[in-house]
Write a protein that binds this ligand. Sequence first.
Ligand SMILES: CC(C)(COP(=O)(O)OP(=O)(O)OC[C@H]1O[C@@H](n2cnc3c(N)ncnc32)[C@H](O)[C@@H]1OP(=O)(O)O)[C@@H](O)C(=O)NCCC(=O)NCCS
Length: 440
Amino acid sequence: MSEEIVYRRYKPGDESGIVEVMNACFDTFRGYGLNTEVWLDYDRRDPGFKKEEALVAEHKGRIVGHVQLVFREIKLGRKTFITTGGIANVSTHPDYRGKGIATKLMKMALDRCKELKIPLSSLFTGYGYVAHRIYRRLGYADTLFMTRYLAEDEEVERTLEMLPEDPSVRVREYREGDEEGMLKVYEQHIEEYTGAIRRDLTYWKNKLIDIVCYHGFFAENLGEAARVLIAEKNGKVTGYAYFFIWSKARKPIIFSKEMGILTELVASDIKTLASLAKEALKRMREEKVKTFASLVPPYPPYSDLFREFQLFRETGIYMDAVVDQSLLFDMLCKEFSARLEEAGIRSEFRFLVESPYGRTLLEVKEHEVRVSEGKADVELRFVDMHSFVRMLYGIEGFADLLLKGKIDVRRSDVKFQTLLNTMNALFPRMKWFIWPADHW
Ligand SMILES: CC(C)(COP(=O)(O)OP(=O)(O)OC[C@H]1O[C@@H](n2cnc3c(N)ncnc32)[C@H](O)[C@@H]1OP(=O)(O)O)[C@@H](O)C(=O)NCCC(=O)NCCS
């Protein structure tokens, strides 16, 4: 290349170059009609999206590569939210591929996370794509595959017959002011989930009311393609459902016109959940939807409600890289201590966690856990970055990894049963889920 490629952060005026390279690389953004106005709107609506956190590669004054950092507060465990440096819109102009541009921009994004003391970086991609291999080489692990429930009308008919009716639940259309109640139901719902994204009222209004996102970057208008149902019990919001009638989409991408897509279904109890699902499916049928997608967690009670649907595992995959292992563990110590206290476990030993991401010594004293220094009583070597990351989220527990031979226990001066009990309490299993609107 006759002139050097310059790598740098965003500066005003870059918008059109960024949009151009994104449109050249993604059918989705092109189909959505991405332009500078839409791009700048991301910066206004999404507090995690800051235009200053766009990275670009420039050649002869033209932007030929781009990576966007999107910050999200992601739940790790029961109570702890950690800021993750989300990676989005990784794009290299077709004429410039295979020259290491995306790799270099990704490394810059990881350095930026380090600089901001962000211990984790996360992204969505497709298994087996060029990008997937690039991410793996940079230390991103395969955390979890995406899933979706699909059904044709016949299965929906059976589902409608099966779902119970609760006369005490009133299901109605969304009204202005409902979002506070919806947020409360959401906050209660995510208590059981790891991976969930923290939201606040502004985020809710900007991304789930003013426009309705079915993905962080893609949205439709409320009342047109996007519909919201509210469940009410004794005048209180107890649940909500978001669904999209794709034949009405203004900017249709990805899905077929005959589709109805349930993108969020949350309620404080199973009966309300069933009432909402029933009403949403009924309304989709009234609007001549022929294929029904439900993007809900693949766990009970959803798996019971949608048991007539087919559950598909997709090539879509969520990946994480630990940027700073000791910092991450430090942020998790309060949660670890609470887990030991809850399990009634009091031990005293120091263990070294050695993973592809680094070495961290953790000290357990009574039920307090802290990052420490010095000699370890036991060394735990995690050889596989994928299972290590899954354990951090609770997608797999410590015991699962041990059984699979993914942990090498070395030089142990701790009784095996004590070690096992403590580690099982520290790394239990949890349900993992991120609702589509929060994706990036
Ligand atoms: C994925 C993408 C960003 C990679 O950009 P890039 O700047 O070519 O990536 P790099 O040069 O850093 O990575 C090189 C890898 O791409 C592959 N590659 C090499 N030459 C290539 C070419 N001419 N065209 C496409 N890929 C090529 C190789 O697997 C190479 O790996 P290697 O280092 O082992 O040789 C680019 O292909 C793209 O914009 N794709 C469309 C958008 C997309 O899918 N983004 C990811 C969304 S998650």
